[in-house]
Write a new protein. Structure first.
Length: 123
């Protein structure tokens, strides 16, 4: 049995500028899942850098209010929402609330640094 405590998982800043704590990955633990699972936070007023993954990704919103951008689409979201992001889609998320935006990221197949590409956006 593998049990991990979020508070004991190492905090890092991802390439898209999200604060992440990796909870589970078959690349780093002795598990047979195809997916990786991470806990993410974005500070109020901040937007992650646009990026794309070769893998599909799912966000499950835990807390806060945000705007999700996937390719040319934009939607407002809040706790309880699930967002599916197809492989190779340009994505970013903006925290439009007053508190931290908090969500789980599920990447299938598991996230690898070489499968992520930051995008140049003109705004």
């Amino acid at each position: 049995m593998l049990i991990k405590d979020l508070k004991k998982c190492k905090k890092m800043i991802a390439g898209d500028n999200t604060t992440l704590r990796e909870l589970l990955s078959p690349l780093n633990e002795d598990v047979t899942s195809r997916y990786s699972l991470a806990h993410a936070t974005v500070k109020p007023g901040e937007t992650t850098h646009a990026h794309r993954l070769k893998s599909s990704e799912v966000y499950y919103m835990l807390q806060g209010v945000g705007e999700m951008y996937v390719d040319d689409e934009k939607e407002k979201l809040h706790a309880g929402h699930v967002i599916y992001i197809p492989p190779n889609s340009v994505q970013r998320i903006k925290n439009i609330g007053v508190g931290e935006l908090e969500f789980l990221c599920i990447v299938d197949p598991a996230w690898r640094v070489e499968d992520e590409e930051l995008e140049e956006l003109s705004e």
